[in-house]
Structures are given as structure tokens and as C-alpha cells.
Design a protein around this ligand. Structure first.
Ligand SMILES: [Zn+2]
Ligand SMILES: [Zn+2]
Length: 103
């Protein structure tokens, strides 16, 4: 490799590294924005109302274990996130909800 070719290679590598870094940063800020929107929505009166209706539909009994009181609503899908259809939500107890998300 001539010294010049080596410089070119270095420059190319630099560009590639920068490009990857930018992409990574963008992805991270997308995730951050999504996480923030999710948390804001979970605190909204709109979500509180829908969740309560879903719990009520299940007579406040967990639809997973059918034993514990249901206290949260679990998303079967996030397809209509922020304008969910009620059938996309399941009333669950804390234990079941945790298990659903960790297994
Ligand atoms: Zn349960
Ligand atoms: Zn869930």
C-alpha cells in the first residue's frame, strides 16, 4: 500500500465510524423519545379511563391467573398504541404482568 492509499483507507474508515456513531445516536434518541411518550401516555387520564374499563370488564379479576385482583392492563399488541381497541388489552395482576414481560 502506498502512503497515499493508506491515508485514503483511513479516511474511509473514519467516515464509516462516524456514520455508524450517528446512526447509533439517532436510534438511541428515537428509543428515548418513544420511552418518554409511553410514560406520558401511561400517566394520562385517557389511559386511566381505558384501563379502568378493561379492569371492570374482567370484574377486577386477573385474566391470566383468574385468582388475584386485576390492577393493570397488558397490551396484547402495540399496533394501536395510544388509541387501543379494548380487545387489545387484558386485565392482569401485578405478578402475572411481571411474568408476562419477563418470560
Ligand atoms: Zn394474575
Ligand atoms: Zn404488559
Amino acid at each position: 500500500m502506498t502512503p497515499n492509499a493508506h491515508d485514503d483507507y483511513d479516511r474511509q474508515l473514519d467516515r464509516l465510524c462516524n456514520w455508524n456513531r450517528e446512526r447509533l445516536q439517532k436510534r438511541r434518541s428515537d428509543e428515548e423519545a418513544r420511552r418518554q411518550a409511553y410514560e406520558e401516555y401511561m400517566d394520562s387520564p385517557q389511559w386511566a379511563k381505558l384501563r379502568d374499563l378493561v379492569l371492570k370488564r374482567a370484574s377486577y379479576v386477573c385474566e391470566c391467573c383468574l385468582v388475584n385482583p386485576a390492577v393493570q392492563a397488558h397490551h396484547l399488541t402495540y399496533e394501536h398504541f395510544m388509541c387501543e381497541r379494548a380487545w387489545e388489552l387484558r386485565a392482569v395482576c401485578l405478578q402475572c404482568h411481571e411474568r408476562i414481560h419477563t418470560t
